[in-house]
Design a protein around this ligand. Sequence first.
Ligand code: SAH
Length: 365
Amino acid sequence: MQDYEKELSLKQERVGHLLSGLVPVVEPIIGADNPYHYRNKVHAALGMDRGRIIAGTYEPGTHKIIDGGGNELENESAVKVINDIVKIAAKYHMSIYNEKTGQGFLRRILVRTADGTGQMLVVVVVTDHMFPGKKNFVKTLVGKHPEITSIVININRRTDSMILGDKSEVCYGPGYITDTLLGKKFSISAESFYQINREQAQKLYAKAIEYAGLSKSDRVLDAYCGTGTIGICMSDDAGSVVGVELNSKAVSDAGHNIRKNNASNVKVINADATEYMEKTAAAGKEQFDVVLLDPPREGTTPEFISACGKLKPSRIVYVSCNPETLARDLKLFAEEGYSAVKACPVDMFCFTEHVETVCLLSNTQ
Ligand code: SAH
């Protein structure tokens, strides 16, 4: 824990330094109660080492599997399931895929856990749709791990580094799990985008909601909304929410999540966030009281920011996963009449270099 405290203060310092002169108040970083075993998405590559099956992550920059690599940050039940799959594979003499020769059957294992409900999805990645002994495999695994609520077999014959292939077969349960964030329900399938650290994601969303200072009549834009999680978590406190997301699979997951939560005041549009903002600003019909944005590491665009200047929301909440691009974008927001009021770093990825920051801007004109 001493190391973790040190890491938190370094992250605080880094964000404070990058935002100095731009944000008057940087609140204390929100750290994790338990910085270990937070990863709810656990992926193990399989290989052979001196006649023994090994499972773990790749050594950075290589394709050498480190047996048990990454386990200290991964969900412990997921790791146990992976270790037991290795034992079952050894017992039944299942062949393990060899990247160099392209031979072998069992390739990877992906486990996703929903810590809010205790559900677990196991994705077994193999190279052939013929899975000898599949029924027994599933029965043995579920017998050992009743916490598994769904098993999917994915067929991946690709030679690139994609984890999953295009074909999947649900062979136990519904093929997805349901998790909760701030009391709302979200479906997670093998490929869905979902926050890796549930405990910290909830703290991040709660901070974003606090900064948005919502009232029942507020119209909110949730830009770069992914599967709609932030917007849906805000929907009880807002009048309406429009989400914008580029990835069409995430948009269809968002539609599913909206229905699952009866969030009838939320809609999600499949578009480039900048294009949507520019069109909306030009049309001059739609208005927003709050613009929330959660862009990828490269930040947003000057065009998005200038469209914000035209749409004139009273508050902007910027959720950033890269304080450098946040600082760059804050300078452009200032030119549009938006000054930063406060910011708060949140540690979503303990024991990595990453840090998230939530920042509130208000219209000074
Ligand atoms: N707010 C969500 C997702 C944030 S990740 C959450 O908390 O889970 C950033 C998202 O931005 C991803 O879903 C990515 O697909 C999307 N994205 C990336 N570029 C985009 C663009 N130009 N326009 C709209 N969405 C974009």
